[in-house]
Design a protein around this ligand. Structure first.
Ligand SMILES: Nc1ncnc2c1ncn2[C@@H]1O[C@H](COP(=O)(O)OP(=O)(O)O)[C@@H](O)[C@H]1O
Ligand SMILES: [Mg+2]
Length: 396
């Protein structure tokens, strides 16, 4: 196998370890500087140039895309995907996880705990926003911060307002987040590969610091995660579409809360804390996946005009209740059931004899017109429109 590690730092611990793990397993390996690619479009076949020369074949890439080059880096990864080269983390997954707001928007649709978070733009909306996330002290975060830089704790609403305003005036988008005080100064990093946590460590901040990042002087120790933490960490990575991820969790009184999912997690801390060969585990995983290039399902299925993927909820009283999938009306409607979600459990590729029950959520592929009638009812909000202080309507 031939593997390319996309990295701007050939001498970094992580890159060195990945190179060694790859060659130890008898594979060919190259480190390629992410910023030296040229992405050629408009040719018949998607192509990539490297340092001005056509790229030879690779079976897989391992992208290590730093926060400062997300745009170009994800474009390079996307080009590899279009060339059917396997990548454990796709461009869209990297982009979604990098943006804390976007990641939370995606995660909050599933039963994954996250600290109460809110995003506002106008200073006047800050006091209400702080109240909604549980009051001061409140955490303020830059949307694309890393290594603890850009994470602040504001002791009261007035200071929070001033910080938010300052950051906005510097064109920085910020998130307001509930301060999980019981976890002050501690977090857990779960290293997820595929559907497993392969290593985990606890990080503890130095002195009065509340941020436990290693770059902020945090110390590390191995930790045995409880099954709930493991489940949540794996699920968060999977929901975001990352096969290699560093998932950061806070242990709150109400259970684990995800604060961040990193698509290029460091290896030095986790290998030092746990004495495990995480780099080797990544290469083993990649070796097993090559041959199944990741594909963008939405994009691919969008080619069939009029067809699409939709969730259908089996409602009480529906004629689907009690029916086996194979005998139900879905087949006649040209709708295939890809997956059933039931009480938090997922049944992929359900069999024809799978009996449908009330509240099953079916992920289906089919004709959009036939599925529209079966779509879940939209949640009705109780708030009346007259209660909303809208802007005065313009004179027409
Ligand atoms: N809501 C919170 N409550 C308490 N501590 C937090 C909270 N959010 C972050 N922290 C602390 O700050 C650190 C950095 O936050 P994080 O969101 O992971 O940003 P970064 O991307 O900079 O690492 C975390 O590792 C944790 O120790
Ligand atoms: Mg972090």
């Amino acid at each position: 196998m031939r593997i390319a590690i996309l990295s701007r730092a050939p001498g970094s611990y992580a890159t060195k370890r990945l190179v060694k793990a790859t060659s130890d397993r008898g594979h060919e390996v190259r480190v390629l500087d992410t910023l030296r690619f040229g992405i050629d479009l408009a040719s018949d076949e998607p192509e990539l140039q490297y340092r001005g020369r056509p790229l030879p074949n690779f079976d897989a890439i391992i992208p290590r895309i730093g926060a400062s080059i997300t745009y170009f880096g994800t474009a390079v990864v996307r080009q590899f995907e279009q060339m059917d080269v396997y990548t454990p983390n796709t461009a869209s997954a990297i982009a979604a996880s990098r943006d804390k707001l976007r990641a939370f928007q995606i995660l909050s649709r599933y039963d994954i705990g996250i600290p109460k978070s809110t995003f506002v733009r106008d200073r006047k909306d800050v006091p209400e926003a702080i109240r909604r996330v549980g009051g001061a002290p409140v955490v303020i975060k830059l949307i694309e911060g890393t290594q603890g830089i850009g994470v602040m704790l504001a002791p009261d609403a007035a200071i929070a307002e001033a910080i938010v305003e300052t950051l906005h005036s510097a064109d920085q988008n910020v998130l307001l987040q509930q301060f999980i005080s019981e976890s002050k100064g501690r977090d857990v990093r779960a290293f997820v590969i595929g559907s497993r946590v392969v290593a985990a460590m606890r990080r503890t901040a130095q002195g009065d610091e509340f941020r436990s990042n290693l770059h902020r002087g945090g110390s590390i120790a191995p930790v045995q995660l409880d099954p709930e933490c493991e489940r949540v960490a794996v699920r968060a990575a999977q929901i975001l579409g990352l096969q290699v991820a560093g998932v950061d969790l806070l242990e709150s009184d109400g259970g684990p809360l995800i604060i961040e999912v990193n698509s290029s997690p460091g290896l030095q801390g986790i290998e030092a804390a746990t004495d495990l060969d995480v780099a080797g585990a990544i290469i083993d995983f990649v070796g097993n996946q090559v041959g199944f290039p990741s594909l963008d399902v939405r994009q691919k299925l969008g080619m069939a005009a009029g067809y699409g993927v939709a969730d259908i909820v089996v409602r009480d009283g529906s004629d689907l209740v009690g029916q086996a999938i194979g005998d139900s009306s879905l087949r006649d409607l040209d709708v295939s059931v890809l997956m059933v979600q039931k009480n938090g459990h997922v049944h992929p590729n359900p069999r024809r004899d799978h009996i449908l029950e009330v509240n099953d959520r079916l992920t289906c592929f089919g004709h959009l017109d036939s599925m529209r009638a079966l779509a879940p009812e939209r949640r009705r909000r109780k708030i009346q429109i007259d209660d909303l202080p809208g802007e005065p309507l313009p004179d027409l």
